[in-house]
Design a protein around this ligand. Structure first.
Ligand code: GLN
Length: 259
């Protein structure tokens, strides 16, 4: 029978042999997920036997990871701003870099009471929902063109218990009637428009890691016009939906911000 330790070794070896850079870490995260044992428990009880069934399930996860499926898609968990989000293959996995954008938004919202937030291309909802969790007086709208992504965002809103302060709208940017009816009042409605839109130019797509290229939605990553399509559209149309003095905040590619 396998023990916690022998399984972790086996998982690590399989992932290393398949060329995964973070083999040890990934093997551990999947073992923690499958057995529910934390690091401290593992160090004290590494020789504890693991049932054949759990071992087999673990090794199935290891095989899938060896096929470059991201760990977060295997566990359906991603951590962002200290909160846990459900994720699947229909949404971009929240990136730690994007937390900077949320922190920046929180600074801007500092003295705005009951802020209204518009999150364009919401995906998993990680940006909007963490803002709503950080600002209990805020309300917001999350927009995405993908109904499958919106399912994930709604599920997260409900798990994180902010569903009564979040609206989700299926829309290709501002094209849905919702924006004429609700968002685009004469004076504008939102204090902040925030977005981490797709921004990777076509020609860079091929250079991405297999995990990203083959397992995350391409529509959440790639943008026409050398990656600038969404920025231009959102800046152009978004101002109609902002209160006076409202701000637009974007995440941009490492070489895009100056333009
Ligand atoms: N807003 C989501 C995130 O930052 C999804 C972004 C996207 O799909 N481009 O993770």
């Amino acid at each position: 029978m396998q023990t916690l330790e022998s399984l972790l070794k086996k998982g690590t070896t399989i992932l290393k042999d398949n060329g995964l850079e973070e083999a040890g870490l990934d093997a551990w995260l999947l073992l923690e997920f499958k057995t529910g044992k934390n690091r401290a428990y593992y160090f004290a009880h590494g020789d504890e036997p693991v049932s054949d069934e759990t071992a087999a399930e673990y090794l199935t996860l290891i095989d899938r990871r060896a096929g470059h499926i991201p760990v977060q898609q295997l566990t359906h968990q991603a951590f962002f701003m200290g909160y846990e989000f459900y994720v699947n293959e229909n949404v971009l996995i929240p990136r730690q870099d994007t937390e900077t954008l949320v922190e920046e938004a929180l600074k801007h919202l500092g003295d705005v009471e009951k802020p209204e937030i518009l999150d364009m291309c919401t995906g998993s909802g990680c940006i909007l929902l963490s803002l709503l969790l950080e600002r209990q007086d805020a309300c917001g709208t999350g927009v995405d063109v993908s109904p499958e992504a919106l399912e994930v965002a709604k599920k997260n809103a409900s798990i994180l218990k902010v569903e009564n302060r979040a609206d989700f709208v299926e829309s290709d940017l501002f094209s849905a009637p919702y924006f004429c009816e609700k968002g685009g009042k004469d004076s504008g409605k939102y204090d902040i428009l925030i977005s981490n839109p797709p921004y990777i130019p076509d020609y860079e797509y091929e250079t991405l890691m297999t995990e990203v290229k083959e397992h995350e939605p391409k529509t959440a990553l790639v943008a026409e016009d050398n990656g600038y399509f969404f920025y231009k559209k959102i800046i152009d149309e978004g101002k109609n939906y902002l209160v006076s003095g409202g701000v637009v905040l974007f995440e941009a590619g490492y070489n895009q911000a100056q333009n």
